[in-house]
Design a protein around this ligand. Structure first.
Ligand code: MV4
Length: 498
């Protein structure tokens, strides 16, 4: 087993990995930028190393510096978290050439799944159903028109090097094809330095269902069931759950088998996620594979009782998977809400500043993964994710009630958050019934909230303000806090008058 792990990340996921290291008796080494000098991950780790300025490309994205540091401090392994270098084949390749182990898949698997056309080709060859379309990049407008005619409009043009919604274009009829073809190619070249594009049939109102898979270096594979991630906005997931209320046992059998076939096809090891689109008839299509630990892994941990990060560390050190498929069953239901510092009533504009008062929910069935606490600063440099609130209960209905209870316990003073927006989504009759797809948070939904929510939102602000004011008043250090208090009062007033 490893003795020391360098964590090449920040925020809640760095804290999550530190916790796994601590329980395994492995030393954790954190890296931090200027903005993170006093952050939770910097404080909780056994060792922490300053690596540069606040902008990520000056610190968390400095490949040479991070690899050099890992060697210098005698780390046996690097955990990349999600984002940053987690799916960077060059970073992984550099580690493969050194004595430091990358906690994740091989650079080959990552590179293969990074090319969406290569991935589609491999899936088709291994009988994993892909969205109808091309498996080779399209060369000409004429060729593209012919294929689109065959599969039927509407179609999507996608960048071969894209993914996660970047470099995608909708085409409703042949008149739009030529200009869309040129524009998508141009954008793909600019964004990914690769202008290859391909065609897929447009799947109407699908759900986003993904399967957690795991492999070891001995060629054993398991799946950890599915997650439903349809509640999203502009490709940003907001609420995830496991299992999906839409997936029956037979569909689960088929989609998890497909996911394992996908992992095997690219000789995958460590934690991965196979993403599918599922239409209203429960037909599912391979979309892409995420070759990393995902933000929403805790919902899978809740329903399986496993610790995915410990398992990642274990298989990376060469151990067999610690369990077999038959050892696993779905226990109850889990939901995750992503708590963001953003303003739902102002087009989800990120809200930066100090967290002046922070009380997170707790009690039965609650887990909060956060990289922040009292006095933490939310800056423009990184994702405005404050925390992940995850709830477990023995069924979906009670997990929903528990989530509403937990959201109402949350107090985050000093910043605007999406907490009351999350409450509105979770409490919505369609969400409760499990009747939704990837378009649930569309304009109609947002407009219906606007009408309902003016008073509710102000009530919530008044509630948090009252708690905050009472706490400040009772503190002996009240006078010392005056400057900050003035700041916070202004923020509340800004909200009330918007
Ligand atoms: C699609 C699609 C419909 N049909 N492909 C968006 C992110 C990227 N991973 C693929 N995406 C989509 N691909 C076909 N053929 C709809 C989406 C899509 C989507 C997918 C999953 C979750 C949220 C989404 C939001 C908008 C569009």
């Amino acid at each position: 087993m490893f003795k020391k792990i360098l964590i090449a990340n920040r925020g809640e996921i760095a804290v999550r990995v530190i916790r796994a290291c601590r329980e395994l008796g492995i030393k954790s080494a954190a890296i931090y930028s200027d903005a993170d000098k006093t952050s939770l991950h910097t404080r909780l780790s056994d060792e922490s190393y300053y690596i540069g300025l606040s902008p990520a490309h000056e610190s968390y994205l400095n490949k040479e510096k991070i690899i050099q540091l890992a060697k210098e401090i005698g780390a046996d392994a690097v955990h990349p978290g999600y984002g940053f270098f987690s799916e960077n084949a060059e970073f992984i390749k550099a580690l493969e050439k050194s004595k430091v182990t990358f906690i994740g898949p091989s650079s080959k698997s990552v590179a293969l799944m990074g090319s969406k056309t290569e991935a589609r080709k491999l899936m088709a060859k291994n009988n994993v159903s892909i969205v109808p379309g091309t498996i080779e990049p399209i060369k000409s407008v004429k060729g593209g028109l012919k294929i689109s005619e065959e599969i039927g409009y509407p179609v999507l043009l996608k960048a071969a090097a894209g993914g996660g919604g970047k470099g995608m274009r909708y085409i409703s009829s042949s008149d739009e094809f030529e200009s869309a073809f040129e524009a998508t190619k141009r954008e793909a070249l600019k964004a990914f330095a690769n202008d290859e594009i391909y065609i897929e049939k447009y799947i109407e109102n699908p759900r986003h269902i993904e399967v957690q898979v795991f492999g070891d270096m001995q060629g054993n594979y398991v799946h950890l069931f599915e997650r439903e991630c349809s509640i999203q906005r502009r490709h940003q997931k907001i609420i995830e759950e496991a299992p999906s209320s839409f997936v029956d046992n037979l569909t689960r059998e088929k989609i998890t088998s497909a996911a394992i076939a996908a992992a095997k096809a690219c000789n995958y090891f460590n934690a991965g996620t196979v993403e599918f689109l599922m239409d209203s008839k429960k037909n599912f299509y391979f979309l892409e594979m995420n070759t990393r630990l995902q933000v929403e892994h805790p919902v899978t941990e809740f329903i399986t009782g496993l610790d995915l990060v410990k398992e990642q560390i274990s298989v990376a050190s060469g151990n067999n998977l610690s369990f077999k498929q038959n050892d696993l069953k779905i226990n109850g239901h889990a939901l995750e809400c992503r708590i963001y510092a953003e303003d739902p009533s102002n087009n989800f504009l990120p809200s930066t500043g100090l967290i002046l008062h922070y009380v997170s929910p707790s009690g039965p069935g609650i887990r909060v993964d956060s990289g922040f606490d009292n006095g933490s600063q939310i800056t423009v440099h990184y994702d405005p994710l404050i925390s992940k609130l995850i709830c477990w209960s023995d069924n979906r209905e009670s997990a929903i009630e528990r989530m509403l209870r937990a959201l109402s316990e949350y107090v985050i003073g000093g910043l605007i958050t999406n907490i009351s927006f999350l409450k509105s989504v979770i409490a919505h009759p369609s969400f409760r019934k499990g009747e939704f797809d990837i378009n649930f948070l569309n304009d109609d939904f947002m407009n219906s909230l606007k009408k309902l929510d003016k008073t509710k939102n102000i009530k919530e602000i008044e509630r948090v303000s009252a708690i905050f004011a009472a706490i400040l008043k009772s503190k002996s250090s009240f006078n010392n806090l005056r400057a900050k208090q003035t700041d916070s009062v202004n923020r509340w007033q800004e909200q009330i008058h918007e």
